[in-house]
Design a protein around this ligand. Structure first.
Ligand code: GLV
Ligand code: GLV
Length: 321
């Protein structure tokens, strides 16, 4: 019977899978993120063989030191920028993530943000609730049609490609930048590859960010690039906060240099850049793009399966190294 530590309660289905496989499972009792010291002392309590951790846990050398018996850290997320993977590799610790199961949900959520921004739904809702609706008017809260827009995708991985397919079905023109060109995607939906990322910023009406957070993508959406955008353009980010220079975004919004933005992730989560909440043309949501009951359950199953396989001596399906 192996010992597994889970850093926060996740959908029960994953915990049940670990128990049904005959393992001893300890779930953090705190209804919140464990601070670094709390995480370290929790891990020091028993010689755990595996840890199921979250994107809110910073997993580094000190954490690995706290639990030298652990063979695997299974991240309950597709992104794994919270884990020092290089350090894990040096120590022969396996790191896994939960790709695939959340692709459609995140793409659907991203698309909801795009449509809500273009049609000004949060603004219209606030307007109506505030008792400002005095009757139909020809020029009240005018939005923009997605079918008359060019969408620019930064990062055509699984999620980016799925957003592209939705955009195509809605009649948008599609341009994209990625480290590699994807001819299949171009044939399928007529997407046009922009080798120079700056061309996406110059030409798109809607920019949607789907790159992983890496040293090379930190502040990929920089002040200079935000200033290349059309004044009528929108920025959407459902990937990782630090990909966007959030302070610079507030500055360009304040200057009216772009039309609006929708963010589900932030540079210093859960803090927001000062000023960000002031703008009616900005939608801000609390990192919930993958949060459907079904998807969060599947993520729990996948993270649990990665651990179960590892403990059986098999290579888990979703190793990131
Ligand atoms: C969520 O942000 C994830 O990476 O799964
Ligand atoms: C994540 O699943 C991605 O590759 O976009």
């Amino acid at each position: 019977m192996a010992k597994i530590y889970v850093t926060r309660h996740i959908p029960e289905v994953g915990i049940d899978m670990l128990k049904d496989a005959g393992h001893e499972v300890e779930v953090s009792k705190k209804d919140g993120v464990l601070g670094k010291e709390e995480l370290i002392s929790a891990l020091q309590e028993k010689p755990y063989d595996a840890v199921l951790c979250l994107l809110t846990d910073q997993i580094d050398a000190e954490v690995f030191d706290a639990v030298p018996t652990a063979m695997i850290f299974a991240n309950y997320a597709v992104g794994f920028n919270n884990i020092d993977v290089e350090e894990a590799t040096k120590r022969k610790i396996t790191i896994t993530n939960t790709p695939g199961v959340l692709t459609e949900t995140v793409a659907e959520y991203t698309f909801s943000l795009i449509l809500s921004l273009l049609h000004r739904i949060p603004e219209a809702d606030a307007f109506t609730r505030a008792g400002k609706y005095e009757g139909w008017a020809p020029e009240l809260l005018l939005g923009k049609n997605i079918a008359e827009s060019t969408i620019g995708i930064l990062g055509a991985g699984r999620i980016g490609q799925q957003v592209v397919k939705h955009a195509y079905n809605f009649g948008a023109k599609i341009i994209y930048n990625d480290i590699k060109q994807n001819e299949g995607l171009e044939k399928e939906v007529g997407a046009v590859y922009k080798k120079d990322i700056n061309d996406v910023f110059k030409e798109a009406d809607i920019i949607s960010v789907h790159v992983p957070l890496l040293p090379a993508t930190h502040h990929l959406v920089s002040k200079e690039r935000l200033e290349l955008m059309k004044e009528s353009a929108f920025l959407i980010n459902t990937s990782r906060g630090p990909v966007v220079d959030e302070k610079a975004l507030v500055e360009v919004l304040r200057a009216g240099r772009i039309r609006g933005a929708a963010l589900d992730v932030y540079e210093h989560e859960p803090k927001l850049a000062p000023g960000l909440i002031e703008f009616p043309n900005v939608i801000i949501t609390p990192h919930i793009a993958s949060a459907t009951e079904s998807t969060r359950g599947k993520m729990a199953e996948l993270a649990a399966q990665n651990i179960i396989d590892m403990l059986k001596g098999k290579t888990p399906k979703h190793v990131v190294q």
